[in-house]
Design a protein around this ligand. Structure first.
Ligand code: MF3
Ligand code: CO
Ligand code: CO
Length: 276
């Protein structure tokens, strides 16, 4: 049985119950998510051929420190970096290292800042120099999948409506939806109930209510949907080594739809924009 509870009077642990946040919670999330979006905006002028993912990760840590925020991934379940950097056939949870980015790569950078105890979680894709049309198309399809998922959000529908919107669109574009990772409730906890599946049908899942806050973060592949996790215990890659892309927003359910907390102030979220 699902149950919902008032976020302000509930213990901070994921019990499977779904928190309904107050206007104060929404205000705190706007602040955390804005910092995350600003960091991802800044990264647009940093990522380039020759830049290492460790350099990106250091920027994420420093930018947070400069603004009084800690990256949520740092020391999270044994993870030791401030970001995830997932290149080409890496689906998610790529660990920053000293390998330089190369012309033609596509990389997802995923950042979660904790501001005053609240988590702002977002990721987007960055093309490195000139990329192939197939890679650009995958980024476009993935971004559009996320936006169609977001468009399905309103009180009274089930979480399955989000997954259905994403899967229907992505598969109509001959791409596949990764099943092994999902969106999640977020707020004063990094990963909370409910799970937000990026596939399925609209009669599945729990009913959305005003005050819920969660991420939508579809991972879409050019090839088959199957993934495997490498020996490092984190890096998830496509089994067929096909390209994978991901975009992630944190959203809050409003009276008649939702508010996207992680919108880019610089207008740099969507693919196809030229970075300087
Ligand atoms: N930010 C990721 C998400 O969207 C979670 C990364 S957890 C890590 O939920 F440990 F891999 F960093
Ligand atoms: Co997330
Ligand atoms: Co994330």
């Amino acid at each position: 049985m699902v149950s919902y509870l008032d976020a302000q009077s509930a213990p901070l642990k994921n019990t499977g119950q779904i928190r309904l946040h107050s206007p104060e919670g929404f205000e705190a999330m706007r602040k955390a998510c804005l910092l995350t979006a600003n960091c991802l905006d800044e990264l647009a002028s940093i990522v380039a051929p020759g830049v290492t993912t460790n350099a990106i990760d250091r920027f994420v840590f420093e930018f947070g420190a400069d603004h009084g925020a800690l990256p949520a991934t740092l020391n999270y379940r044994g993870y030791t970096k401030s970001s995830c950097t997932s290149i080409n056939h890496v689906v998610c949870h790529g660990i920053p290292d000293d390998k330089p980015l190369r012309e033609g790569d596509i990389v997802n950078i995923d950042v979660t800042y904790i501001v005053d105890g609240w988590h702002g979680d977002s990721s987007r894709m960055y093309p490195i120099g000139e990329i192939k049309r197939a890679a650009e198309r995958l980024m476009e399809v993935t971004h559009e999948s996320l936006m169609r998922g977001i468009a399905a959000v309103r009180p009274g529908v089930r979480t399955g409506a989000i997954g259905a919107a994403i899967q229907t669109y992505a598969e109509s574009e001959r791409c596949s939806v990764v099943r092994d990772f999902c969106g999640h409730g977020v707020g004063q906890l990094f990963h909370d109930a409910p799970n937000i599946l990026h596939y399925g049908t609209s009669n599945e899942g729990v009913e959305l209510r005003e005050g819920m806050i969660f991420t939508i973060e579809p991972m879409i592949n050019l090839g088959r949907p199957h993934v495997k996790v490498l020996a490092d215990g984190w890096t998830a890659v496509t089994r067929d080594r096909s390209l994978s892309a991901q975009y992630e927003h944190t959203v809050g359910v409003t009276r008649d739809g939702c508010e996207i907390f992680t919108l880019s102030p610089a207008g740099l979220f969507a693919p196809g924009l030229k970075f300087e």
